[in-house]
Ligand binder design. Structure first.
Ligand code: SF4
Length: 276
């Protein structure tokens, strides 16, 4: 499907003043993130670093573009990656926010920009009309497919333009579990999001440093840090399959609290001999 209808307005405001060496070195940061040492912060950092090391997500000198939606998870990821690492080698971070152009979200870009400044990160913000385009008459049946395709395409292009070889998304453990069920129930396949996914013959990697972390803890951390989270303006987000699966898991957990843990563990014990 062609994406000619998507209009993009790059509002990379005063980018140069955000590009300083001190903001660019994850082992030499002195901003608010570097001074924070709550128990929750230390716990999340430990598991974030473990996931990065286990999957070899980041190597010395990598430049990581962090996708920021304006939600709690993405602010938390950016904040954690923008703080000093203990074991992960030196890398640099910048954030990207793709504004989808939904009605009611006119002031969101300013709020997100304020948070990015508070987190002390380099950033690019781009205004688009991807959201309304994905929900237009010709595409009513599956807005998510076109929306995520166009958004990713722009993020890949920005990564290339900015010399980033890693794109970090804020998908956590619960997202990975839910995606497995979505793909199984609706996609007719057994698959999920990988913590480290190589694309374009290895020129770019999509990484998910929150892979080991539960959603509740990530959200709790975002609350602890007081991030100004913006509302999800997408009309489809309230009726998506993900919401249904989330609620299904929630109800199953009332009888067996180990459900999510069991699904997570099962992904590490795939017996292909017992599949068709
Ligand atoms: S839920 Fe909305 S914002 Fe998310 S991918 Fe679907 S259309 Fe896009």
């Amino acid at each position: 499907m062609k994406d000619k209808g998507a209009k993009h307005t790059l509002i990379e405001r005063d980018f140069s003043y955000k590009l300083t060496e001190s903001h660019n070195d994850n082992n030499n940061r002195t901003g608010p993130a570097a001074q924070r040492r709550s128990k929750l912060y230390l716990h999340l950092k430990k598991w974030l670093e473990k996931a990065i090391l286990d999957y070899g997500m980041i190597a010395e000198g990598d430049r990581v573009l962090v996708g920021v939606s304006g939600g709690a998870d993405s602010f938390a990821l950016l904040d954690l990656l923008n703080s000093p690492m203990i074991f992960v080698p030196k890398f640099s971070v910048m954030a990207v926010h793709i504004d989808l152009g939904f009605a009611g979200g006119e002031g969101d870009v300013d709020l997100i920009e304020d948070e990015l400044k508070k987190i002390d990160s380099e950033y690019v913000i781009e205004k688009t009309e991807i959201g309304p385009l994905a929900h237009s008459e010709f595409n009513r049946k599956n807005p998510c497919f076109l929306c995520s395709r166009l958004r990713r395409k722009r993020i890949f292009e920005i990564a290339e333009a900015k010399g980033c070889n890693r794109i970090a998304f804020a998908h956590h453990r619960d997202d990975i579990i839910e995606t497995l069920l979505i793909n199984l129930f609706y996609g007719r396949e057994i698959s999920t999001m990988k913590p480290d996914q190589s694309i374009f013959k290895g020129a770019l990697h999509i990484i998910r440093p929150l892979s080991y972390l539960r959603e509740g803890l990530v959200k709790k951390y975002a609350g602890e840090r007081g991030f100004n989270v913006v509302a999800n303006r997408c009309p489809t987000s309230r009726t998506s399959k993900r919401i249904y699966i989330k609620e299904l898991l929630h109800s199953l957990e009332k009888e067996n609290r180990q459900i999510r843990h069991n699904i997570w563990t099962a992904m590490h014990h795939v017996k292909t001999d017992y599949l068709l």
